[in-house]
Design a protein around this ligand. Structure first.
Ligand code: RIB
Length: 303
């Protein structure tokens, strides 16, 4: 069975600090617990896939600096194939400044080298993409590059999972090519132009996306579970309440887990159960990749 997954996406170093409150412009306050943690939505999804037992390769760019070297090494250590992760001169590695307050976070990303991944570089890797089961794409790389990767996948009958984060309005032509779309509520509101504030709204948004040609829409609602279409039926699946220590990378682990589950032949309902467990485990630990569970953690965890 062809079950390889290729992630086309970002690789960041996360610079994380906890804060007791959000400062106002011009104010200095004391935070605590500073840490550098491997992150980036693309790399988080790739590492999640690998830790869950998937066969995964990454296409992306880091800079030739200390973060770039550490991140490349880290992907390898986590079992991600990095043959097509390029280290570029004269460009800083992507970073994210993450401020955590009471388990919630604010993130500012400077894409750096991630924005140097061009459509041409991606097109040159068509052979990598064409014999995989699915590509997994996010939007921390140039939109033109994301579109090129999706176009190549489609023309080779490879499935496309798009995690549309950070969100921008998406054109209909692009939506038609997406097999699986995984926005959270706020991303979904930006993409559809509809209000998405509760599960009822999310159900309408799933229908809207299905009508636009998205075969499988899944809207993640954080601690409130996920709304998705199982065939033509729209379902709200809740998750048990847990104490969220840090939500960073929960959406990434959900998307990665979904890719693994589907590549193993699970149906969408079983895949959502699996991915929800993975998302839940992720919020129980701090940091991006530091919080991503392994397959055995998921098997030992009963919702
Ligand atoms: O989704 C979480 C990720 O968003 C972080 O790891 C950060 O790097 C940003 O890309």
């Amino acid at each position: 069975v062809k079950n390889k997954i290729v992630v086309v996406g970002s690789i960041n170093m996360d610079l994380v600090v906890n804060t007791p409150r959000v400062p106002v412009i011009g104010e200095t306050i004391l935070g605590s617990g500073f840490a550098t943690v491997p992150g980036g939505k693309g790399a988080n999804q790739a590492v999640a896939i690998s830790r869950l037992g998937g066969d995964v390769a990454m296409i992306g760019c880091v800079g030739q600096d200390i973060f770039g070297r550490d991140l490349l090494e880290n992907l390898k250590t986590n079992g991600v194939n990095t043959a097509n992760v390029k280290m570029l001169d004269n460009t800083p590695t992507g970073i994210a400044v993450i401020v955590v307050k009471d388990g919630n976070n604010f993130i500012i990303v400077d894409p750096g080298s991630n924005y140097k991944l061009t459509p041409e570089m991606t097109a040159a890797l068509e052979n990598e993409i064409k014999d995989c089961y699915m590509i997994v794409v996010q939007l921390e790389i140039p939109m033109e590059t994301a579109k090129k990767a999706i176009e190549i996948a489609k023309s080779n009958n490879v499935k496309v999972l798009l995690n549309p984060a950070p969100a921008v309005p998406l054109d209909d032509e692009l939506l038609r090519k997406v097999d699986i779309l995984t926005p959270n509520e706020s991303e979904c509101a930006i993409i559809t132009g509809l209000p998405v504030e509760n599960a009822e709204d999310a159900k309408k948004a799933v229908k809207y996306l299905n009508n636009k040609g998205v075969k499988q829409a899944l809207i993640t609602l954080g601690g409130n579970g996920v709304v998705y279409n199982s065939g033509n039926t729209v379902i709200h699946k809740t998750v048990p309440k847990v104490k969220a220590v840090d939500t960073t990378a929960a959406g990434d682990s959900f998307s990665g887990a979904l890719a693994v589950a589907l590549s193993e032949g699970m149906d969408i309902d079983a895949a959502v159960d699996f991915a929800s467990k993975v998302g839940t485990l992720t919020v129980m630990k701090k940091g991006a990749q530091t919080s991503l569970p392994y397959r055995k953690d998921v098997e030992n965890y009963n919702l």
